[in-house]
Design a protein. Structure first.
Lengths: 289, 324
């Protein structure tokens, strides 16, 4: 027994493994979750069809706007089409309502007991798990939607990124936006520790975010005055930035400012989430005996 | 090794009666009651000891296990396990303990059990050789050969529980906390699990704390029992001593040929039918051999058996005595 323990310790010290190993377990967790997520083929197929139809409907709606008054249109129609198709293709990455019921369940039915028996940080573990879950869903769904959208005629299809630089920044701001989304969802999970039931938090958080993040209508369509304010909120650091960078709607120096704001929100949300988790774990009640 | 001192934990419980109007009232004015789940609990457990932790439902058994495993933070009191306070150094602490919650599952529902094991291997950073050795030992002892390649959702409760126990031991914990590990198991699985726990304790010097309602578990596994009721430790002692203390009666079953048996003082008839009679003997008034002699003088005895009170009866008496 003691011998085995020592063997473990020796192993951990070996080659300064400690640091690298610290994240190894989260990566394994990521891999497991990612592979599990890939299993759901039927759900993915249903998702693809829904999102494709939804994208078409949105485009038709905006077409009607455009026909009424082309001058009042705040984006080019090509930029808007790219925005909508990317949004539909990457739904699983950027939509806050893509929450994991399993995590809520763990909190509400007391499964949390086992999660707390592990030598892992609860926040980190759930963070990686959420990322993996979203990525695995997005991987299955995005390609068919993007391929079909690429073949649609001019103002309705998706084009290539406006420049190589835009493409690169799309990836960077997309990743930052992804982190903002996951960090925000972590707050929803953690608040459940205090409210015991996720229903209320979920509803309030989601309906608020959907609007302010630009998933109902892109933020440029909001009236002046309100728009400038909304752009500063963390919700505007989610899909709003990468989807507009892609088509050149946000370009030049403005990209840096937006990316910096995204980074700011990532840090704030992570900090807040970690603090709240620490408090929640102290007062955790394992429900259901 | 485990030292628990004056631990208290209170839960706030909202209560209301049934019915629509009560539910409506509770919207505006909610009544809370503070339940003392643990009230000034203290005990010490040495390395390699096996302790049975018993008490009626809601006595605070599971809460104690959760405090010991670092999940719950008590309001007051202190607890040192291997030199650490569980809830303050949770991650370091849980590396050294294995926990089984009989009514929950730690296995991933959709994937084969072996995948969950490998995830645990990475989470606990178990070196390859240690993992392989442990896995082999666990698979053989708990008979998991077939089971580990099956998804957890397709296992029966008993099969799953064996896998759960294996999962808790992959990282060679020095302390094993078992919260009702035999709940819902069939006789074969129960015996397998018990034998396994015994073996683990004998060969690995694993300290085991076990809560259960199955007194057979306690009888086969532990010498020492701690009785908890309403959040208080009522008794901490040796199982045999307690049994003696409560063994004031013996039950005698006699199969005989002859008319009928007269009773003497200290014998209480329980049942008597065709050539078969059962008596309770009060040991303070009559000893067993005298009773047998007394009976065999009257009738031809074919067969006779003497039973002490079962452990279940002893415990029921204990609960009764402490009014819990």
């Amino acid at each position: 027994m003691g011998q085995e323990k020592r063997a473990i310790m020796r192993y951990q010290k070996y080659m300064g493994y400690q640091k690298y190993q610290r994240y190894q377990k989260y990566l394994t967790f990521f891999r497991m979750r990612f592979l599990a997520g890939l299993q759901y083929r039927a759900a993915a197929l249903a998702g693809i069809v829904t999102q494709f139809v939804w994208g078409l409907m949105e485009l038709l709606m905006f077409r009607a706007f455009y026909q009424v008054n082309p001058n009042a249109f705040p984006m080019t129609r090509e930029a808007l089409a790219s925005y909508i198709w990317l949004q539909q293709a990457l739904l699983a990455i950027f939509m806050t309502w893509f929450l994991e019921n399993e995590i809520f369940q763990t909190i509400t039915d007391g499964g949390i007991a086992y999660e707390l028996c592990r030598p892992t940080d609860l926040y980190d573990m759930w963070f990686f798990r959420s990322m993996a879950n979203r990525l695995s869903k997005a991987v299955l769904r995005c390609i068919p939607i993007l391929i079909v959208a690429a073949f649609l005629p001019a103002p309705y299809g998706i084009g290539l990124p406006s420049s190589l630089e835009a493409g690169l920044w799309f990836i960077i701001t997309g990743f930052l936006g992804f982190l903002v989304v996951v960090a925000f969802c972590m707050l929803i999970y953690i608040i459940t520790f205090f409210t015991y039931s996720p229903v209320g938090v979920r509803m309030v958080a989601i309906s608020m975010v959907e609007f302010f993040a630009g998933s109902v209508i892109p933020l440029p369509f909001l009236p002046n005055g309100i728009r400038q304010l909304v752009e500063l909120l963390p919700f505007a650091s989610m899909q709003n930035v990468p989807l507009r960078v892609y088509s050149g709607d946000i370009a030049g120096v403005e990209i840096y400012a937006r990316a910096a704001l995204q980074l700011f929100w990532v840090i704030v949300l992570l900090w807040l989430g970690k603090r709240l988790t620490a408090v929640a774990v102290k007062r955790v009640v394992v429900q259901g005996g | 090794m485990i030292k628990v001192e004056h631990i208290s934990k209170t839960f706030k419980v909202s209560r209301r009666s049934a019915g629509f109007s009560e539910a409506f009232k509770a919207l505006f004015h909610r009544q809370y009651e503070c339940i003392k789940a643990l009230d000034d609990i203290s005990f010490t457990i040495e390395e390699g000891e096996m302790v049975g932790y018993i008490g009626p439902n809601g006595a605070g058994k599971s809460s104690t296990i959760k405090v010991l495993s670092g999940i719950l933070t008590p309001e007051s009191g202190n607890c040192i396990i291997n030199g650490r306070v569980p809830w303050k150094e949770r991650t370091a602490h849980v590396n050294e303990i294995g926990v089984v919650f009989g009514q929950r599952s730690q296995l991933w529902w959709d994937v084969p059990v072996i995948d969950s094991f490998e995830l645990l291997r990475d989470i606990y950073r178990i070196p390859k050789e240690v993992y392989n050795n442990n896995l082999e030992e666990l698979v053989t002892l708990l008979n998991l050969e077939q089971l580990i390649r099956t998804p957890a959702r397709q296992l029966s409760l008993g099969q799953r529980m064996r896998c759960e126990i294996a999962a808790s031991l992959l990282h060679s914990p020095m302390i094993l906390l078992l919260d009702e590990p035999t709940i819902g198991l069939d006789a074969v699985s129960k015996i397998a699990v018990r034998d396994f726990i015994l073996e683990r304790n004998r060969n690995h010097k694993t300290t085991v704390i076990l809560t259960t309602h199955d007194m057979q578990d306690i009888e086969t596994l532990t010498k020492r029992i701690i009785l908890i009721g309403k959040g208080n430790i009522l008794m901490d002692g040796n199982l045999e001593d307690i049994r003696k203390q409560f063994s004031t009666n013996k039950r005698l079953t006699v199969e005989y040929q002859g008319d009928h048996i007269d009773f003497c003082e200290g014998m209480t008839p329980v049942s008597s039918s065709n050539q078969l009679a059962t008596f309770d003997i009060d040991l303070s008034k009559l000893n067993v051999s005298d009773a047998i002699a007394y009976i065999s003088r009257q009738v031809d005895v074919n067969d006779i058996s003497v039973d002490g009170p079962s452990i279940d009866e002893v415990v029921a008496k204990l609960y009764h005595q402490y009014q819990i």
